[in-house]
Design a protein around this ligand. Structure first.
Ligand code: MTE
Length: 396
């Protein structure tokens, strides 16, 4: 555990803190005493770094339920959780709009509330698999940087309609209230999405401004008091601790859109400029059980995991297959639990293994034409690793 938790985190750990106007329900920080003693914010995760907080759950825990409990929902933060005074908190909407807005949470909650279930996943999920070829920097994620939650909040499109978007608007920038130390100074986390995505309304809005996760107020780790959730896009576009929205004719100049979160071979200016920002995530999946290197007797073995179909509207998992012979032959897996747009699909399979079986492989396809390929070219930041998932086992 890191020794430098900020004051608020320590107070939360000590029993909950009334933050001027909003009481945190401490129960949401982990129900069982064991997980609370491990982490002051009640997370039951494997922390890859503790300052800032970056952690993923054990895969066997992760696939136990279609909705990921907050304590098992991965955290990816570039700086410590900011301390936000709810009384002072305002969301501003500016730029290419007829009527700039400054909204407190009460004003925001006058908007129609919307609920969606959507999966969030980090572009760096499964990054460590790139290390087989050459080590990549960044948080060393295995396959747990993913989670599926019920989000409640307000459609970005409704807020933008209220502000009145001008004709030449092309991108919507989001800016967080966190402070990230970079070589050129302190910056907030930010990014943008295309205006077309931002203006999607209806039951599955293109983007939401969210204040609740799984029925409770967002926790500090997940962006309290307000964040964006952009179904279908990599997690980096879902900006936590949201403070500012700017409507522009340009993409956001923020480092995390303009430079980071791109597929590059080298981290040099030519590659950065040649490569566009990643928005939508591709299909991906993992085998969650058995454990890697598990010793299993020859015969039938139960396998389970998740597959996330590519982040296109309407895309669903089409086929999930397991191979016990290195990809020569494939056996079907069965989907379990719910199936929903922009959500992962859990699955189970029973496959036959022999002493010759060295590994189990997973591959999948979706209705948008997405497929997990046998290999993915190495990239310097280790993003979008979605090759066949390989789980080494030892058959006795
Ligand atoms: N927003 C802010 N303000 N700061 C951050 O560091 N990390 C992003 C995104 N939003 C980040 C952020 C990244 S890279 C991911 S994958 C998701 O938040 C993770 O969301 P979670 O921590 O709620 O799982």
């Amino acid at each position: 555990m890191s020794l430098d938790w900020n004051r608020r985190e320590l107070m939360l750990a000590a029993g909950g803190l009334a933050i001027t106007g909003l009481e945190f329900p401490l129960a949401t920080y982990g129900q069982d005493p064991a997980s609370q003693s491990l982490d002051p914010l009640g997370k039951d995760l494997i922390f890859r770094t503790t300052d800032p907080r970056n952690g993923e759950p054990e895969l066997a825990q992760l696939v136990k339920s279609w909705i990921t409990p907050v304590k098992h929902f991965y955290v990816r933060s570039h700086a410590p959780n900011p301390v936000i005074d709810i009384k002072q908190f305002r969301l501003t909407v500016e730029g290419k709009v007829r009527k700039p807005l400054t909204l407190d949470l009460n004003q925001l909650s006058q908007m129609p509330r919307q609920q969606v279930t959507a999966t969030l996943t980090c572009a760096g999920n499964r990054r460590t698999e790139f290390n087989e070829e050459s080590k990549v920097g960044g948080v060393q994620w295995e396959a747990g940087a993913i989670g599926n939650a019920r989000w409640s909040g307000f459609a970005l499109a409704d807020v933008l309609h209220q502000a009145g978007v001008l004709e030449d608007a092309k991108h919507v920038w989001f800016e967080g209230l966190d402070q990230i130390q970079r070589p050129q100074g302190v910056i907030p986390f930010g990014g943008s999405i295309p205006i077309e995505k931002a203006m999607v309304g209806g039951e599955m809005p293109g983007a939401l401004l969210v204040d609740q996760m799984n029925g409770s107020a967002l926790t500090p780790d997940h962006g309290y008091p307000l964040r964006t959730v952009v179904p279908g896009y990599i997690g980096a576009r879902s900006v936590k601790w949201l403070g500012k929205i700017v409507v522009s004719d340009q993409p956001s100049p923020n480092h995390y859109l303009a430079t980071a979160y791109k597929i590059v071979k080298k981290t040099d200016p030519i590659d950065w400029t040649e490569s566009g920002p990643i928005y939508r995530y591709p299909i991906n999946g993992a085998i969650a059980t058995p454990q890697p290197q598990a010793r299993v007797p020859a015969g039938v073995v139960d396998v389970s995991g998740y597959v996330l179909p590519s982040g296109r509207p309407g895309s669903r998992v089409q086929r999930i297959q397991i191979s016990t012979d290195g990809g020569s032959t494939w056996q079907p897996a069965k989907t379990t639990g719910q199936s929903s747009e922009f959500c992962w699909q859990l699955w189970k399979a029973r496959v036959k293994v022999t002493p010759g079986t060295k590994a189990l492989y997973l591959r999948a396809t979706d209705t948008a034409g997405g497929f997990m390929p046998a290999r993915v070219p190495w990239n310097a930041k280790g993003y979008l690793q979605n090759r066949w998932y390989r789980l080494p086992i030892s058959v006795t």
